[in-house]
Design a protein around this ligand. Structure first.
Ligand SMILES: Cc1ncc(COP(=O)(O)O)c(C=O)c1O
Length: 483
């Protein structure tokens, strides 16, 4: 073994580098990342490659001998990482984009460098207190009482899973569990339900109204039927909003119903939750504070690098389901009010995810975050105005929470659904291959919709407007060809 004492008493090994080399490589890496960000808007929002081509370049055995670290970094930055969707591009409107702040990016670097395992108070008192502080910000923004608490997770999927575990443990007959969500709910909720062992036929997908919100009558009827059949509803899951159209389920009505029925109300606000920091968001999300649990993703509309989601529960004691005894961790019990975050969720080893949120907010201040979130909502309202004035385009549902769904469908053209689908698929493909912007599509009660999600903080009206003009132009050309 080649481990040896360094001159200053430090340990050097084959895997160590000198401080000078570390700094030089960190500088090179930082320059490459900053250059990428600087050049981003001049490039297309998407780049991809077929597997065969990538295999030829990358499918090689690991080298036995060392290589130049600088060359390895250059290769990653030039030949691997750029071949991807650039979710932080100002014209990336597909799926759910994400544009991290620079302090957030640096926080991830620091987290790795300081190498803290934030599983217990003993191993991470400072970072654990910081996560408590960030969770307390979330609590206040959501309007939750002091009894509330939570934790940061890898994302919305993990947070939804943790929430459903808490709901199941709080239910009377978990062995007969059934679960309720709308037909617009994210697949992450269905996956979470499967992981916690709910049989597929007991995961009830409730139909939605014309604006893609849960049909309350159908919910009430389904729960009543299931109770009569001996099932035990462990939770009703609301969307705020759906990732498809931004639709927000009737939160107040669902809270009234769940309170009356003694059923856990969970809100999946992974996409829309951070709108709560704005006045408009507070209005549209009114009632969210009545939920027993809420999921919100900071790597979406709170401008953080992947991966960071959050679970908030109204009563932090409901996360006790995760507290477990482990002999090798017997030394980590610090005493009352010193939480071990591994006792609040699935993960034992955890990174210091709160740091990116904390550093970003400390650096820019909440006023800047509020403006950045409002920017997305305002731009989608302008999309709606544009589409409503357009002779070619048609809104498919009101723009909500930074998402606008529309399609090419000229008034009075009287085109059948099949023809419309073909035309809109052609438009989508042309934007993909011919334009700098990236948009995606969805299905709204079976109708093919073009979908723009506008939540990146550097996106301007010019970015959105030029994309709408391109869509209109391609739409008009497709219509001429369809004649
Ligand atoms: C509403 C909703 N729930 C859950 C998820 C899953 O979150 P994640 O991708 O962070 O695991 C998403 C992701 O887009 C979402 O939009």
């Amino acid at each position: 073994m080649s481990t040896a004492k360094g001159g200053d008493g430090g340990i050097e090994s084959d895997l160590s580098m000198s401080p000078e080399q570390m700094l030089e490589l960190a500088r090179q890496t930082a320059e490459l990342v900053v250059q990428r960000i600087e050049n981003l808007s001049g490039e297309g929002a998407w780049e991809g490659e077929f597997r065969r081509e990538l295999e030829d370049r990358l499918l090689k055995p690991p080298p036995e001998e060392s290589r130049s670290a600088s060359q390895v970094i250059e290769e990653a930055a030039q030949e691997i990482l750029p071949i991807a969707l650039r979710l932080d591009h100002p014209r990336c409107f597909g799926f759910i984009p994400s544009q991290p702040t620079w302090p957030g990016v640096l926080a991830d670097f620091m987290i790795a460098g300081f190498n803290v395992n934030q599983c217990t108070w003993l191993t991470s008192s400072g970072p654990s207190q910081m996560e408590l502080a960030v969770i307390d910000w979330f609590r206040r923004w959501l309007g939750y009482p002091e009894s509330a608490g939570g934790l940061l997770t890898s994302g919305g999927s993990a947070a939804n899973l943790d929430a459903l575990v808490a709901a199941r443990e709080a239910a009377n007959h978990p062995e007969r569990a059934s679960l309720y969500m709308s037909d617009q709910s994210h697949s992450a909720l269905v996956k979470a339900a499967r992981v916690i062992g709910i049989r597929p036929e007991r995961i009830r997908m409730i139909p939605t109204d014309g604006r893609f919100r849960m049909d309350m009558d159908a919910l009430v009827e389904t729960v009543a039927e299931d109770r009569a059949a001996g099932l035990s509803p462990i939770a009703v899951c609301a969307n705020a909003g759906t990732s498809s159209s931004g639709a927000i389920d009737p939160l107040e009505a669902m809270a009234d119903y769940c309170e009356a029925q003694g059923i856990w109300l969970h809100v999946d606000a992974a996409h829309g939750g951070f709108a709560i920091v704005t006045e408009e968001g507070k209005k549209v999300l009114s009632g969210i504070e009545r939920a027993d649990s809420i999921v919100l993703d900071a790597h979406k509309w709170f401008f953080q690098p992947y991966e960071v989601g959050g679970l908030m529960v109204k009563d932090v004691r409901t996360l006790r389901a995760f507290a477990s005894k482990c002999d090798i961790l017997q030394d980590t019990i610090w005493g009352a009010n010193h939480p071990n975050f591994s006792d609040r969720g699935l993960q034992l080893s955890r990174s210091v995810r709160a740091l990116k949120i904390w550093m970003s907010v400390q650096t820019f201040g909440m006023a800047a975050f509020r403006r950045a979130v409002s920017n997305g909502m305002e731009l989608t309202h302008r999309i709606e105005e544009y589409v409503e004035d357009s002779p070619v385009l048609e809104m498919l549902t009101p723009a909500t929470l930074g998402i606008a769904c529309f399609r090419v469908n000229p008034a009075n053209a009287d085109l059948g659904e099949d023809v419309l689908e073909e035309i809109n698929k052609t438009v989508l493909a042309r934007v993909f291959w011919e334009d700098r912007a990236f948009i995606s599509s969805t299905l709204l009660h079976g109708k093919f919709a073009l979908r723009m999600c506008v939540i990146n903080h550097s996106t301007t009206w010019n970015d959105v407007h030029e994309t709408l003009e391109v869509i209109s132009k391609f739409g008009t050309e497709s219509l001429t060809q369809a004649d």
